[in-house]
Design a protein around this ligand. Structure first.
Ligand code: ARG
Length: 466
């Protein structure tokens, strides 16, 4: 049987394989709420513009409410023969209210319909991600304040470099997620224009009011060009590229958590709630949540890549290629949301092993730079010479298998005769971090100030939200 929604000129129905490749209902059913929202906005506008009667509009509106309830109750039967969410809903509307349902599609095409639905969906999840990232920042800033004085090794090349504070490390991620949020908000501004009313590609001869539908769907304005309106998927690309960057931030953090929680590092303790055991090795507590967050960056970056390639070389306006824009985007953005939630839970429960961290912070002569800086500051020697002298003192400590602050004054003076006992005031890890008060530096005083600034900002946001 030919398709009842568009099969007027067809005598035969589709081949089974055609139906399989053509149908998008298996994945685009997640757009049901946005589709109904869009249809309601459209039908109200049609009646306000006297394109259809108020009576018909009311029937359609009520039918759509019924369908929404049916879908949410799990009572709706999705059919592949009806291809996609738009035709599944319209067909059900016909069952419910009869031929008047056919008036809904006046001055509209599935091309502007799907572009509208998908934009609304992406906008919703972007808003949700923004809120979730703000919760994650709040958890991080709270922990940062709590652990502003906890000293840990700071690494470069994953080699012990200089001591830093645990709070400072967490605040680095607060900054990264702030940039992610700003990218999401920025993308949101550009995506918030309505395609509805562009119809198939050229606009329509009906006296529609695109400003009205745009406004009722919360868009800032209608897209100005009908061809662009149905052919544009920048909004999804921008959301996915921001998602990819966010996923990378989460993945880097996840990697650190995997390292930190290993028996060899033992920097942090993860909660039972976010770890798993091994069926054979009873001692194990595996950081599975962190590993999965790290791994899921793969599919998120993959979705961006896939959509870029789908869009590349598509002539204006709509091509069916664009049906392939959704499945991976849904998957990627939903998985990102899951990753942010998992990371938030993991961090909330994660506790630093303060003693281990401090001990690790002092190993590897991590205060060597402090020694060199002291030689420059107090003895007035050039930094390069100070670097050289410090190297000699480090070599001596290494030979004696002791830490820098344990090297005797006599041994130091053998390297540079002017060194005095004042040098011992900069050689412990506490001295080191306390001295790093330059803007953005790791000193506990800085961390406290920064964490408080963030907390204040994030808490006002939370108040505004609730
Ligand atoms: N399921 C389609 C999609 O996701 C809807 C638009 C179909 N438009 C068309 N002219 N065949 O893109």
């Amino acid at each position: 049987m030919a398709n009842k929604m568009w099969g007027g000129r067809f005598t035969e129905g589709p081949d089974a394989i055609m139906e399989e490749i053509n149908a998008s209902i298996d994945f685009d059913q997640v757009l049901y709420a946005q589709d109904i929202r869009g249809s309601k906005a459209h039908v109200h506008m049609l009646s306000d513009q006297n394109i259809i009667s108020r009576e018909d509009a009311d029937k359609i509106d009520q039918g759509l409410d019924t369908i929404l309830r049916e879908i949410e109750a799990g009572d709706f039967k999705f059919s592949r023969a009806l291809e996609d969410i738009h035709m599944n809903i319209e067909s059900r509307l016909t069952d419910l209210i009869g031929p008047v349902a056919g008036r809904l599609h006046t001055a509209r095409s599935r091309n502007d319909q799907v572009a509208t639905d998908f934009r609304l969906w992406v906008r919703d999840i972007v808003d949700n991600l923004n809120t979730q990232l703000s919760d994650l920042q709040l958890v991080l800033a709270t922990k940062a304040l709590e652990h502003a004085h906890v000293i840990m090794p700071g690494f470069t090349h994953l080699q012990s470099a200089q001591p830093v504070t645990f709070g400072h490390h967490l605040l680095a991620y607060v900054e990264m997620f702030a940039r992610d949020r700003s990218r999401f908000s920025d993308a949101r501004k550009r995506m918030n224009e309505s395609p509805l009313g562009a119809a198939a590609l050229a606009g329509t001869s009906f006296p529609i009011d695109r400003e009205a539908t745009a406004k009722s769907l919360g868009f800032d304005r209608p897209l100005a060009n009908s061809l662009d309106a149905v052919a544009d998927r920048d909004f999804a690309l921008e959301a996915l590229s921001t998602a990819a960057i966010t996923a990378i931030h989460l993945s880097r953090f996840a990697e650190e958590i995997v390292i930190w929680s290993s028996a060899q590092f033992n920097f942090v303790k993860l909660s039972d709630k976010f770890t798993t055991g091994s069926s054979i090795m009873p001692q194990k507590r595996n950081p599975d949540a962190a590993e999965l967050v790290r791994a899921k960056s793969g599919r998120i970056i993959g979705a961006l890549n896939a959509l870029l390639i789908v869009m590349k070389g598509l002539p204006l306006a709509y091509s069916k290629d664009m049906q392939e824009d959704k499945e991976q985007a849904f998957d990627a953005l939903q998985n990102l949301s899951l990753c942010v939630a998992a990371m938030t839970g993991m961090i909330r429960e994660m506790e630093p092993n303060v003693t281990v961290l401090k001990q690790a912070a002092g190993s590897g002569f991590s205060t060597a730079t402090d020694l060199a800086d002291w030689l420059v500051r107090v003895l007035g020697i050039p930094f390069r010479d100070a670097h050289h002298a410090t190297g000699a003192i480090v070599a001596r400590a290494s030979e004696l298998e002791i830490e820098l602050h344990e090297v005797s004054l006599a041994d130091m003076q053998a390297v540079h005769k002017d060194i005095n006992k004042g040098v011992f005031s900069v050689l412990t890890v506490d001295d080191s971090v306390r001295s790093r008060t330059s803007l953005g530096g790791t000193a506990p005083a800085n961390v406290i100030k920064q964490a408080q600034i963030w907390l204040k900002k994030l808490e006002t946001e939370t108040v505004k939200r609730s």
